[in-house]
Design a protein around this ligand. Structure first.
Ligand code: AP5
Ligand code: ZN
Length: 214
């Protein structure tokens, strides 16, 4: 099935997407990861978006849709998890059109609900493994004391430049202004499901599985 994980920065989209990739052979399409990869590649586009991301603003629809188009055209046997996309009504329309053109459909849009107050702590405590992408949190899931990633034994712990309080404020503003209208958009289409994102990682994982028919 093809699903969208919708929610503010720090809602747990990336954390849960990784579980779905492991357990269901789904393909995670994270536009945030794709943009960060473009940045790392040193391309012109990458350089241009780096600053926008660091400030916490949204990258243009044209760039983001360009990145996602090819992937959707390739298709995915186990289905796609759209993580951090779409983020604007224009992106949602483009996604609908791309899926229609390629004979695929959207099965569910899952809104992960988390209070703003919890997001600051989640974002400022986050780190990831530079080798495998495993997501950690200084308090709830600390980087192992032996310095090695619990998933792959890698030794590079990374933090994102936009994971500071000031950029987070902008990211939240962007979310409420441009992304939250998608809640109504998908509600009207009958595809919206809501999930309590404040529950523990394990609990959210279970509830998500339940929504997906476990
Ligand atoms: P993106 O990479 O998509 O970032 P985001 O939406 O801000 O989401 P995050 O990755 O911050 O949060 P998450 O929900 O994945 O949380 P996570 O699981 O890591 O986008 C970055 C930037 O790229 C944007 O600002 C924009 O500039 C640009 N961009 C990307 N897509 C775009 C688009 N479509 N259009 C335009 N621009 C775009 O969890 C967070 C932390 O909480 C972790 O430490 C984790 O361990 C912890 N945690 C997770 N779940 C729980 C739980 N249940 N309980 C306790 N702790 C938890
Ligand atoms: Zn790792």
């Amino acid at each position: 099935s093809n699903i969208i994980l919708l929610g503010p920065p720090g809602a747990g989209k990336g954390t849960q997407a990784r579980y779905l990739v492991e357990s269901r052979n789904m393909v995670q399409l994270s536009t945030g990861d794709m943009l960060r990869d473009a940045q790392a590649s040193g391309s012109e586009m990458g350089k241009r978006v780096a600053e926008v991301i660091a400030r916490g603003e949204l990258v243009t629809d044209r760039i983001v849709i360009g990145l996602i188009r090819e992937k959707i055209e390739e298709g995915a046997e186990g289905g796609f998890i759209f993580d951090g996309f779409p983020r604007t009504l224009a992106q949602a329309d483009a996604l609908a059109e791309l899926l229609r053109e390629t004979g695929q459909k959207l099965d569910a849009v899952i809104e992960m609900q988390v209070d703003d107050s919890a997001l600051v702590a989640r974002i400022t405590g986050r780190s990831t493994c530079g080798d495998c992408g495993e997501v950690y949190h200084d308090e709830t899931k600390p980087w192992p004391a032996d310095g090695k990633c619990a998933n792959c034994d890698g030794t590079t712990q990374k933090r994102r430049p936009d994971d500071n309080e000031e950029s987070l404020r902008t990211r939240l503003m962007e979310y409420y202004k441009k992304t939250s209208p998608l809640i109504g958009y998908y509600y009207a289409k009958g595809s919206l499901q809501r999930l309590d994102g404040l529950a523990s990682i394990e609990e959210v994982r279970k509830n998500l599985g339940w929504i997906m028919g476990d």
